[in-house]
Design a binder for this molecule. Structure first.
Ligand SMILES: [Zn+2]
Length: 549
């Protein structure tokens, strides 16, 4: 007993309400730079409303912290709030990242090597100074708790005025808050840790909804039309891109020559394509789903047959090789290879592989094609922040290139150089796919469709990486490259007019078109193919006209 008292006396004592106020202010000041900066800009001209807003946010945070001021609960909760706030602030303040439910889902399903690039030495140092040290202080102090009735009264004496203040300010400036909130929905999404913790709770609460779901078959009537001339198997290689933004493609008019190889092979480029999501976990299942962006949801994707299933219903062989972070449920029912599992030292290091690994076994696969087939190659592409790890020296065209995962240490032009080199690498990978298809032209009629899942911010308006909520996502994150290449054999067997497709390519398109256009390319007839979304079938020559040619 005597020892306990002695130990206790070493530790500074602090009242529970005082500690709640100190931690609240610390979080609001240290971990909310983005939030306050946006509030300052968005409330321009409404200084009184802005002051009321600041007071309201302080009152809200203090009220929450005081609510958890219960013995044995207070310290762990305050430490959790503090650590969550400063960790989220690192990404919000540096990269403009908004940690919503989709971002939490992406983080939960991502690979450890991918996440590893975000956990840099600087991040660890920052967490130690801004998060761990203050947490140790909270752990060390002796909180003076009152007896329960007295504590209840004292806590309520803080919480009730806080809520009253929020109500008065909220009602007093309601028109301003409603207007600012409607126009700038992103502002409240940057407050730490309120929004990230709310997102995590929302994600956890709805997680069970996506388990044990029953899959709804669609397109079971799917069947392939025979080729114009009975001949070689029709083969489509889909290159599913990662984090490539359309703007950076010279085929779309970019000032740097990032696509010399695709250009030399005469691919048809679609310069105006928008993505379904701004992150892999949304875009990949959406691209392969029958639903358009406005109708798509994660749950609907999981409960409805996707493109690979419908191709399977039509007896097309479908296979998926993944060098990225997986298929998010898309390839669960088809042949699947996860490239990083090979740990092939020619391509892989620390759990990640160069995209050239996708080419390594392609000749073998093409040589063994028996019938009409679709092969999906899911790239690691331009995935950041460690862009420099995505390409070998042969694609290091633009220098000096940022050679760090923490690109805040690099100049903006070095980041762009590294990113542009990833596009050069993708150009080379796509060209190699086309060359391999050409090399097997005696056995098969080959085609290639390239489409990226989403784009990337490279510092425009202070935003980096991707994953912004769609309604506020900058065009850099939603404008994606798409390219199509048909061999003469494929065009002739499927009666497709490449000049007509090139004309269609000049008009806007989106991920909504992918499901239907792939069915069109492979001449799969089914009630679920929407002809109005199929980019290629309107360019199919009638059978009689072909015969006359
Ligand atoms: Zn992605």
């Amino acid at each position: 007993m005597a020892t306990e008292q002695k130990t206790a006396s070493w530790r500074p004592a602090v009242g529970s309400i005082t500690l709640a106020v100190i931690v609240s202010l610390y979080i609001l000041i240290v971990a909310n730079y983005t939030f306050w900066s946006r509030a300052y800009v968005y409330f321009d001209g409404h200084r009184l409303a802005c002051a009321g807003f600041v007071a309201g946010m302080i009152a809200l945070t203090v009220a929450i912290a005081v609510t958890v001021s219960v013995k044995y609960l207070m310290k762990p909760v305050l430490i959790l709030l503090l650590l969550a706030a400063v960790a989220a602030a690192w990404f919000t303040d540096r990269f403009g990242t908004i940690i919503d439910r989709e971002m939490i889902r992406n983080a939960a399903v991502t690979t450890s090597s991918e996440a590893g690039h975000l956990i840099t030495g600087k991040f660890m140092l920052y967490m130690l100074l801004a998060g761990v040290l203050p947490s140790l202080l909270i752990a060390a102090v002796r909180i003076v708790h009152r007896s329960f009735p007295s504590k209840f009264l004292h806590n309520m004496a803080v919480i009730v005025p806080c809520i009253a203040l929020i109500a008065i300010v909220g009602m007093g400036f309601y028109p301003t808050y409603a207007a600012v909130g409607r126009i700038h929905r992103d502002m409240m999404m940057t407050i730490n840790p309120h929004f990230p913790i709310g997102s995590a709770i929302y994600y956890t609460a709805t997680y069970g909804d996506n388990l044990n779901l029953v899959r709804q078959p669609i397109g079971t009537d799917a069947h392939q039309l025979p080729p114009a001339a009975p001949g070689k198997p029709r083969v489509l290689v889909i290159v599913a891109g990662e984090t490539a933004r359309g703007k950076e493609f010279s085929l779309a008019g970019y000032g740097r020559d990032t696509n010399p190889e695709m250009k030399a092979r005469g691919v048809t480029f679609f310069p105006d394509v928008t993505s379904c999501g701004t992150e892999t976990a949304v875009s990949i299942p959406c691209m392969f789903s029958v639903y358009q962006r406005g109708q798509y949801s994660y749950r609907k994707g999981l409960t409805t047959d996707d493109l690979t299933d419908v191709l399977g219903h039509a007896k097309v062989d479908v296979e998926w090789w993944d060098n990225d972070t997986g298929t998010y449920g898309v390839a669960d029912r088809i042949k699947y290879k996860y490239m990083p599992d090979t740990r092939d030292p020619r391509f892989c290091k620390d759990g990640e592989c160069l995209d050239t690994i996708l080419l390594d076994k392609l000749d073998d696969w093409l040589a063994n094609v028996k019938g009409d087939s679709v092969l999906v190659l899911h790239q690691l592409g331009s995935h950041g922040p460690a862009y420099y790890l995505r390409y070998p020296d042969s694609a290091r065209r633009f220098t000096p290139d940022c050679r760090a995962a923490d690109f805040a240490t690099c100049k903006p032009e070095e980041v762009t150089n590294a990113y542009d080199n990833t596009i050069v690498m993708t150009d080379q990978v796509i060209a190699a796919v086309i060359d391999k298809l050409k090399a097997h032209r005696d056995q098969l009629a080959g085609s290639m469709l390239y489409l990226s899942d989403h784009g990337e911010s490279l510092g425009e308006n202070g935003i980096y990486l991707h994953g912004a909520p769609y309604f506020i996502a900058p065009a850099e994150q939603t404008h994606v490259p798409m390219a199509l290449w048909l061999s003469d054999e494929f065009a002739s067997e499927t009666r497709l007019d490449t000049a007509c497709i090139a004309e269609r390519a000049r008009h806007p398109a989106s991920h909504d078109n992918m499901f239907h256009s792939v069915l069109g390319l492979m001449q799969v007839e089914t009630s679920v193919r929407d002809a109005s979304l199929d980019l290629v079938s309107p360019c199919r020559k009638p059978a009689d006209r072909l015969a006359a040619n």
